[in-house]
Design a protein around this ligand. Structure first.
Ligand SMILES: Cc1cc2nc3c(=O)[nH]c(=O)nc-3n(C[C@H](O)[C@H](O)[C@H](O)COP(=O)(O)OP(=O)(O)OC[C@H]3O[C@@H](n4cnc5c(N)ncnc54)[C@H](O)[C@@H]3O)c2cc1C
Length: 467
């Protein structure tokens, strides 16, 4: 029986990053993964495959509808879905193989099988053939992630009624796609199939899409998606999905109750959220406490109530994002190696990889109002940005929110082409406690989309030049 400093259960972005950092800091590390490949939800069935299809479908859309106005004549593009899916699989393969390589490079021992905690210091691994190995370790990190939240009364078969996993693998473009849930995953995958030809209707329980995002952003973004052909039924709930011939009938009711309406669909995507995944881990026997929402309870330093057992990523409180899980993995590894580790939860960017992209960091206007913070807001539209005009990507804006007294930037929200890249200058500024004046006085290369960030900052502390 080997003795480890650390055994990490789950090799998603939280687990594998934690393992690598700990190994870099001199700890003897093993990882346990029940999937055949490393990388977790993110690399296998989440962030990476969805971005491969988002990019490919965006190119298809550009070739079909964007080229002509730039003076490029091509015949109507034809979809070769199997090749697009092969591109997605190649991207998954190269990423998961990359993680396997990094684990090896850092001398981390990988175990494939279901990890179960026998007690603090002991993890049992059951391999696919049923054989069992017990690993002894000083510390255990649970990084088992999350799973799709089911919709009561609706059975997911991953063919016609799909979760995000099935929606990444459809064999043909559905004529009509009903997306249940107007959150990030539903809008991204709805965009993919919409660009490839599906008629997409999004049914959302709340009165806005993108739940916690800034209201102004959500409203404008919905308008843009509608212009692209996406239909929305807000303040509505799906109460049933029934087979009818080869298709489906989706029953939709007003969220507050009332007369039901039936929508026809070829495919229904259930994307109402994700929930923490702890099945088979033996938490009850090990005495590890969960909160009311089934998340592993931690003390702010990722320690559970059982000494020597820690948890990070989607399985604990906080936004279910790969980079949040990664940063927690690094911080915890540093703490386990005797260093100081820290994650600044006020500066975790969130990105929706649609076209245009939506990106945000820090507080929304609604949050600032609710907290009674007096703030000033500066906004700049991409329609007034030279580079955006040159690229025909003038949809969207940048909004900077800063404390009215100190000018410290509290939130930045962007809708626009490349917003997911631009948001990071705001994140760095906010990490350093910067002001809108700092941002507005920082020289930005011309012509770039990022100049709109500078102009929004200028509008926040005084006046923009180009508006
Ligand atoms: C379609 C989709 C798109 C997404 N896009 C983005 C995006 O663009 N950006 C972003 O930041 N986030 C995105 N996410 C969310 C992101 O995937 C998660 O936040 C992230 O993967 C969480 O990382 P994690 O390490 O906590 O868990 P996971 O990635 O879920 O990894 C957990 C791993 O633990 C393994 N495991 C579970 N139990 C056991 C056990 N008992 N023994 C052994 N192994 C076990 C699982 O097999 C899995 O591999 C997306 C998610 C989906 C579904």
């Amino acid at each position: 029986m080997s003795q480890y400093d650390l055994v990490v259960i789950g090799t998603g972005p939280g687990g594998y990053v934690c393992a690598i950092k700990a190994a870099q800091l001199g700890l003897k590390v093993a990882v346990v993964e029940k999937r055949a490949t490393h990388g977790g939800t993110c690399l296998n069935v989440g962030c990476i495959p969805s971005k491969a299809l988002l990019h490919a479908s965006e190119m298809f859309e550009e070739a079909g509808h964007g080229f002509e106005s730039l003076g490029i004549k091509v015949s109507k593009p034809k979809l070769d879905l199997p090749v697009m899916m092969k591109h997605k699989q190649d991207v998954i393969d190269s990423n998961v193989n990359g993680v396997a390589f990094l684990l090896k490079k850092n001398k981390i021992e990988p175990f494939h099988g279901l990890g179960r905690i026998l007690s603090a210091g002991k993890v049992e691994v059951t391999a696919e053939d049923g054989s069992k190995t017990v690993l002894e370790t000083k510390n255990i990190v649970i990084a088992t992630g999350s799973e799709v939240m089911p919709l009561p009364g609706v059975e997911i078969d991953e063919k016609q009624v799909v979760s995000s996993t099935g929606a990444l693998e459809l064999e043909k473009v559905p004529g009509k796609l009903v997306v249940v849930g107007g959150g990030v995953i539903g809008l991204e995958l709805g965009s993919v199939w919409g660009r490839l030809g599906a008629e997409v209707t999004v049914v959302e329980f709340m009165d806005k899409i993108l739940g916690p995002m800034d209201g102004d952003v959500s409203k404008n973004f919905q308008r843009m998606l509608k212009k692209q052909g996406m239909e929305f039924k807000l303040s509505s709930k799906v109460t049933g999905v029934a087979k009818k011939g080869k298709g489906l009938e989706v029953t939709v009711e007003p969220a507050k109750g009332g007369d039901a309406q039936v929508l026809e669909a070829d495919v229904v995507l259930v994307a109402i959220g994700r929930r923490p995944y702890t099945e088979g881990l033996g938490l009850q026997e090990a005495g590890v406490a969960l909160d009311a929402r089934g998340r592993i309870e931690t003390n702010g330093h990722y320690a559970t109530n059982v000494p020597g057992i820690y948890a990070i990523g989607d399985v604990i409180v906080g936004p279910m994002l790969a980079h949040k899980a990664e940063d927690e993995g690094v911080a915890l590894a540093e703490m386990l190696a005797g260093q100081a580790g820290h994650v600044n939860y006020d500066v975790i960017p969130g990105v929706v990889y649609t076209q245009p992209e939506v990106a945000s960091v820090g507080k929304t206007e609604e949050e600032l109002k609710a907290a009674g913070v007096t703030y000033k807001a500066g906004k700049f539209a991409f329609a007034a940005n030279g580079r955006a005009r040159a690229m025909n990507h003038t949809d969207g804006f940048v909004k900077v929110l800063a404390d009215a007294e100190t000018d410290r930037v509290l939130g930045v929200h962007i809708i626009g082409f490349g917003a997911g890249e631009m948001i990071h200058e705001a994140a760095v500024l906010m990490e350093f406690g910067g002001s809108s004046e700092d941002l507005g006085r920082t020289c930005h290369a011309h012509p770039t989309m990022s100049e709109a960030v500078k102009e929004a900052a200028l509008s926040t502390f005084f006046k923009p030049i180009h508006a």
